[in-house]
Design a protein around this ligand. Structure first.
Ligand code: SF4
Length: 378
């Protein structure tokens, strides 16, 4: 019997296990690993400092560790996990998508978006996705494999380093190759490739590494992290018990089971009502409003009666609705709603007192917006 949250209906296609990395381990496990390599346990803290605080990943920079021990410790705890295949930028460089190649050749993507008042990073938790939503580029290729905790964390660590080093320009962009002003990461969204709660343990491990105080982790705020889900109810309930202050985002996309069964196939297992009840439980335990994500698709889910039904389901709840103009994906019959239908949908929700915003579609021209991350080396 799987525990709640240990989902069995998506079987990764079974690639070789990623090498063990410091970011996979708790501080106690790091000390054990260092001792196992024949070094003094306090070196674990030094390595954590280099990785999470100084962002110094070249052993030559670890001058507080004897030269003879550096390569051994690097091989044991900081192996090369992933390499950049390429960056693609748009919005004058302020949006940057990175294509990563993992140790076994698996490809994943992350996107860094710099705004005047904040910096958001969208990361992947799985290579591909097993949820099979028909309007989504990522879902079309199926699930390749789960990412390890360190593979998730490293996307962020590298983003933090890129921002520190001025690789991502601020407002107004700048000439190619010029150094940008340094910036700090403020928000992380688990909305890249994959269903985060289908890779539960590693995603929870990643949240701990990202939010543990330095040097054990990156010291980021849990409140700045958003975890999205299509509605894996047992995992949502388990996540509510972790005690996190992260935001939960539920990709609802339809207020009625008949349509949601087709748009989000996992709805055949957990219905709209159950998904929303689990969301309210998360909201109660975390004291955070839940985000409801709703991709507006022309003539599919954007009718006035559906807006009204959604408003009635959400009325009076601790919630915020993000309407997402559908991002076109190659060869798809789905397209974004007409502007007048989008406006009417917003008004219908507001009539029920439900807070709603239409999401900005940053990254669309580089296929870096939600549902577009497909990780091809084209
Ligand atoms: S929309 Fe999200 S859950 Fe659905 S297939 Fe795409 S990545 Fe997976």
């Amino acid at each position: 019997m799987p525990k709640p949250g240990e989902l069995t209906f998506v079987a990764p296609r079974g690639a070789a296990r990623p090498p063990r990395h410091l970011a996979d381990l708790t501080p106690a496990e790091r000390r054990e690993a260092v001792a196992g390599a024949g070094e003094k346990p306090f070196r674990a803290k030094q390595l954590s400092q280099h990785y999470f605080s100084r962002l110094a990943h070249d052993p030559a920079q670890w001058t507080d560790i004897p030269a003879a021990a550096r390569e051994k410790l690097a091989a044991e705890l900081l192996p090369d996990l992933m390499s950049v295949v390429r960056h693609i930028s748009c919005d004058e460089g302020m949006t940057r998508k990175t294509l990563w190649k993992l140790h076994d050749g698996t490809l994943v993507e992350s996107v860094l978006m710099r705004y005047p008042d904040r910096v958001t990073m969208c990361i992947s938790s799985q290579a591909g996705c097993g949820m099979n939503c028909p309007f989504c580029a990522t879902g079309q290729a199926g699930l390749d494999r789960n990412l390890s905790t360190a593979e998730i964390v490293h996307q962020i660590v590298d983003g933090v380093r890129a921002l520190r080093d001025g690789e991502v320009p601020g407002a107004g962009g700048q000439a190619e190759g010029a150094a940008g002003t340094p910036a700090r990461l403020s928000n992380i969204v688990f909305m890249g490739m994959g269903e985060p709660l289908a890779n539960y343990k590693r995603v929870v491990g990643a949240i701990r590494r990202l939010t543990d105080p330095e040097p054990d982790g990156l010291g980021l705020s849990q409140r700045g992290i958003t975890v999205s889900t299509v509605g894996l109810v047992p995992a949502m309930l388990r996540f509510a018990d972790e005690g996190f202050k992260c935001r939960l985002a539920v990709s609802l996309h339809a207020p009625d089971d008949e349509l949601r069964d087709t748009l989000v196939p996992v709805n055949t297992r957990w219905k709209v009502r159950e998904v929303l009840d689990a969301a309210w439980e998360y909201a109660a335990k975390s004291s955070r409003r839940v985000s409801i994500e709703y991709a507006l698709i022309k003539d599919i889910n954007d009718q006035a009666w559906r807006a009204d039904l959604l408003g009635r389901l959400l009325k009076g709840r601790p919630v915020h609705v993000n309407l997402i103009p559908l991002n076109p994906t190659p060869g798809s019959k789905w397209t974004a709603s007409r502007p007048e239908d989008e406006a009417a949908f917003v008004q219908a929700l507001q009539a029920h007192g439900v807070p709603v915003t239409v999401r900005d579609t940053r990254g669309q021209e580089i296929d870096g917006a939600c549902g577009q991350l497909a990780a091809t080396e084209r």
